[in-house]
Ligand binder design. Sequence first.
Ligand code: PLP
Length: 388
Amino acid sequence: MERFVYADNAATTPVSESVRRAMLPFFEDGWGNPSSLHRKGREAKAAIDNARSRVAAAIGAEAREVYFTSCGSEADNWAIKGAAYAARRKNPEKNHIITTVIEHPAVLETCRALEKDGFTVTYLPVNSDGLVSVDVLKDAITPATVIAAIMFANNEIGTIQPIKALADTAHEKGILFFTDAVQAVGAIDINVKDLGVDMLSMSGHKMHAPKGIGALYIRRGVVIDRLINGGGQERGQRAGTENVAYAVALAQAIEDAVASLDDMKRVQAMRDRLIDGLSAIPRSYVNGSRESRLPGNVNIAFEFIEGESLLLLLDMAGIAASTGSACSSASLEPSHVLLSIGLPVEKAHGSLRLTVSHDNTDEDIDYILEQVPKAVARLREMSPLTEF
Ligand code: PLP
């Protein structure tokens, strides 16, 4: 059989067998509408209530603080727009939002949309590891600031932010703190109460649930505007007949992920073997922090290489990888994250992201460590820029 190594888990993950089994009954007998009062409805309502409790338990929240959404992007949009509009309606002077230059487009584009609607946005810089400074956040907060939206872990370079310290700083200055935790939930231990965040977003397809389900944690007492108007679902906060099967899938996925957090040590060891092995290639540079990094993330720049060509060669060898985020891989623009940590355009173009998960094995890592240096060498032989 042809060899296939999937090392693009930050883009998406396959639906696991346990998730598939958990949601199947809701495509068979469990098709009721949770708002219906008859037994079919009550069964569906019980399923979604149970799913909500399980998601909440996995992040240390109360069930009533978890709202299902259609994806991580919706949760990001809702948290930021919901907080911004609610605050400005009460006090028109509240029109400032803080975020960072390395956010996912789901946050960046939300902020740009708010700028078009009269809000001011500060995009905090990051250091060469991709870390946001607590002092820089503190200095950016003004009396007009509503919220700081700072991602938990970056999807391209895997840098994990000091979320608790950032949330504490936001609260000292009286503003809300939201974190896009789409890449972090399921990969690292998260307790929203210990962290003190006001809102946190997640997405099912990054942890072996299907694409098209997410959730937003909203701390009890935090009031934000609705994003989707309509019926009274999700306790009146998010309209739309609930996707019961996918909510159950998310609950199963997050529970499975938390139960296998111990195995992340093995994932981290595979990551470190990859980083050590690949950084032995001449003129290669590790992007992101070595210490504060997602357990499965490898991001490395090779000089004199086009990332897209490297991806094609690796694909031919049966390795699925990425050059930046999946969302921007269709464009030839260099990654905004890599430019923000100070990479020149050429190095940003020559970067490779490998993201490994529980499904990967040591043999996969051996294979990647055999194929990537070969592919890099081959491309450098053909490159007019190379001195190798
Ligand atoms: N935020 C981050 C950090 C992500 O990596 C992604 C997906 O790549 C999203 C948000 C968007 O999530 P979804 O694909 O569920 O809309």
